[in-house]
Design a protein around this ligand. Structure first.
Ligand code: PMP
Length: 427
């Protein structure tokens, strides 16, 4: 039953007991203004807010809900698992099945370690990379987000080959000093940095399709180039596929594009909407993890039976039903309609992921992305919300279509888009 307390009242109460009223900053709507909507329930492609409004959801909990909300098979798997005991802190059969399934779908993974979030997956992958190489330095790309571990809350400083600057207070300088930040898609810059730091570079970490500056696809040859440079210097190549894993096919983007990373970080879809993360890779690196090896990593709730059941149900469904061609078709329809509007916006899209950028020019890196008119996006977001469409409440994020979206949902999205374009003097 919908809780009928208004979003406004709930937000006022929340701010008294939760910093900023939310448990993850982007939910506070600071990027778009206004009061965040509180969600009472979700089913299929639809959300119901605490105010009793129905919205068509194109945020999908930021990626996990490829099947939509409350998919009957996921709900049934979760209910059965919960009724059977919610946590044991001991090994269970479901963990074995999920790890076996992931190794089957990702041929370059021999081993999987389950954790509780994407952040944890990345922390574990980087610790493994450092142990494997005996080196400390990490190379990341500006605009890629890899969770909120100290070493990754870093943006580009001025100029190439410089150390990054913290994107949060509370990060020790010593930690910052161990992360290099370069522009996405700039292979020449990577080549320079890798050459200069060949003896100290432990890992290159990248979103193989970037989703955290809005959608930015890898330029032709970029990922292949990273693979080559990592090989030449004995550096561990980490693909952060927390978003892209099982989003574009029933496997990783690395598998789909034919570039094999050393380690893969997963999350979101593999937990079907419950908290999970995973690191996957070859035995030669993964078996450095305790209790076999000397890299410590642990978790009271790791491999939680309810999360594992939701993940297994989701992955079995996408493998069986292959929703991917249809997701790509719906995504393409949105991209083409945005292009046809002939406004100063464009839609970057891959499969069922897309970003409507408020700039007419293509976005290939963070610097390009920041040319976007974020005030225009904010206005657009609220116009769409008024029309019953829920998009990510920030410009530099991904929107998602799910297997639960109908043709009618897409028609309604496009009608709302047309109306928003008419209303907006900025676009
Ligand atoms: N990596 C990527 C690419 C992400 O998009 C995110 C979160 N959106 C993370 C890591 C962190 O995952 P989590 O929020 O589950 O810690």
């Amino acid at each position: 039953m919908a809780d009928m307390a208004s979003s406004h009242d709930l937000f006022e109460r929340a701010k008294r007991v939760i910093p900023g009223g939310v448990n993850s900053p982007v939910r506070a709507f600071h990027a778009v203004g206004g009061t965040p909507v509180f969600i009472a329930s979700g089913r299929g492609s639809r959300l119901v807010t605490s105010d009793g409004r129905e919205l068509i959801d194109f945020c999908g909990s930021w990626g996990p809900l490829i099947l939509g909300h409350a998919h009957p098979e996921v709900v049934s798997a979760v209910s059965a698992a919960a009724a059977n005991g919610t946590s044991f802190g001991a090994a269970t059969r479901g963990e074995v099945e999920l790890a076996e399934l992931l190794c089957r779908q990702i041929p370059y993974a021999d081993r999987v370690r389950l954790v509780n979030s994407g952040t944890e997956a990345v922390m574990t992958a980087l610790r493994l990379a450092r142990a494997h190489t005996g080196r400390d330095l990490i190379l990341k790309f500006d605009g890629c987000y890899h969770g909120h571990a100290d070493q990754l809350l870093v943006a580009a400083g001025s100029g190439l080959l410089t150390q990054g600057v913290a994107t949060s207070k509370g990060i020790p300088q010593a930690v910052l000093d161990s992360t290099l930040v370069l522009p996405y898609n700039d292979l020449a810059a990577v080549e320079q940095a890798v050459t200069a730091h060949a003896d100290s570079l432990a890992a290159i970490i990248v979103e193989p399709v970037a989703g955290n500056m809005g959608l930015v696809a890898p330029a032709p040859g970029f990922l292949e180039g990273l693979r080559k440079l990592a090989d030449q210097t004995g550096t561990v190549l980490v693909f952060d596929e927390v978003i892209t894993g099982f989003r574009l096919g029933p496997t990783t983007y690395g598998r789909l594009c034919g570039v094999t990373p050393d380690l893969t970080c997963l999350g979101k879809i593999i937990g079907g909407g419950l908290p999970i993360g995973a690191v996957a890779g070859p035995a030669g690196i993964m078996d450095r993890l305790a209790p076999v090896g000397e890299v410590y990593q642990a978790g009271t709730l790791s491999g939680n039976p309810v999360a594992v059941a939701a993940g297994l149900a989701t992955l079995h469904a996408v493998i069986r039903d292959n929703p991917y061609p249809r997701l790509a078709e719906l995504g393409t329809r949105i991209r083409q309609a945005v292009a046809a509007a002939g406004r100063a916006v464009h839609c970057a899209q891959l499969g069922g992921m897309f970003t409507i950028f408020f700039t007419p020019t293509a976005v290939g890196n963070k610097q390009d992305a920041t040319r976007s008119n974020t005030r225009g996006y904010a206005r657009f977001f609220h116009s769409m919300l008024d029309s019953g469409i829920y998009l990510p409440p920030a410009q530099f994020e991904l929107a998602f279509v799910s297997a639960a979206h109908s043709d009618e949902d897409i028609e309604l999205f496009l009608a709302a888009f047309g109306k928003a374009m008419q209303e907006s003097p900025l676009a």
